[in-house]
Design a protein around this ligand. Structure first.
Ligand SMILES: O=C(CO)[C@H](O)[C@H](O)COP(=O)(O)O
Ligand SMILES: [Fe+2]
Length: 235
């Protein structure tokens, strides 16, 4: 199973974005994580489709939109037209989560569902087969630079069990407070798609840091409990 690293630009200086994205390309990140906040679902606002369209013009990175918004379905066409590759909605923001996921897929994008720390995994029981990505929030959404909630390691492990049992190929993404101290633990628990925001942007040399994160994550995967479970299925 591929390990993917998705830098979040939430805490970046947006005037310096072309330079930063150039460094992330040089460091061979896998995709860009775009945090979209509406001031309702979370008490913070960020940016919308016009900024995504501008980012699309300066990079070939797949753009992964993490929508922390109410009524996310209002925006799918706009994010698709702006060049997003995947859309992740919050289970807590969707009254009709199944329908919302089908709508993302009809738009032609990869579909993801994010769960806040307090939301149980069972909300995914009848949805897993439809998902390309499940995002376990390891902070409460709203801001970059928060502290990783270590109690989420257990949830990551349980979700990986669910994905293996159901034969799902969905990425297990973790987002919030990922840094050099916990990267090994999240991958060992079951994550394969790591969103890294402020910890990466704080690095003096993000290119070298990306390389080191990848090495650490790959080693943790090979040592993990779930590596053999996936390999034994011939994947
Ligand atoms: O969704 C998010 C916050 O709601 C961000 O993606 C996340 O917090 C990444 O930033 P950091 O690594 O600094 O925590
Ligand atoms: Fe995010």
């Amino acid at each position: 199973m591929p390990i993917k690293i998705a830098p979040s630009i939430l805490s970046a200086d947006f005037c310096d974005l072309p330079n930063l994205i150039g460094l992330l390309e040089k460091g061979k990140a896998d995709d860009l994580h775009l945090d979209i906040m509406d001031g309702h679902f979370v008490p913070n606002i960020t940016f919308g489709p016009p900024v995504v369209r501008s980012i699309r013009k300066i990079t070939k990175f797949p753009l992964d939109a993490h929508l922390m918004v109410e009524n996310p379905e209002f925006f799918f066409d706009d994010f698709a037209a702006a060049g997003a590759r995947s859309i992740t909605v919050h289970a807590e923001a969707c009254r009709h989560l199944h329908r919302v996921v089908q709508t993302i897929k009809k738009t032609g994008l990869r579909a993801g569902v994010a769960l806040n720390p307090a939301t149980p995994l069972q909300v995914l029981d009848f949805l897993l087969a439809d998902l390309d990505l499940v995002l376990v929030m390891t902070v409460n959404p709203g801001w970059g630079g928060q502290e990783f909630i270590s109690g989420m390691l257990h949830k990551i492990r349980e979700l990986r069990e669910m994905l293996i049992r159901s034969g799902s190929q969905a990425d297990l993404q973790v987002d919030g407070g990922i840094n050099r101290d916990n990267v090994k633990a999240v991958v060992e628990a079951g994550a394969n798609h790591l969103v890294i925001g402020s910890a990466l942007l704080r690095e003096e040399n993000p290119v070298a840091a990306l390389h080191e994160y990848r090495l650490a994550a790959k080693a943790a995967y090979i040592d993990s409990w779930w590596h053999d479970r996936i390999s034994s299925k011939g994947e």
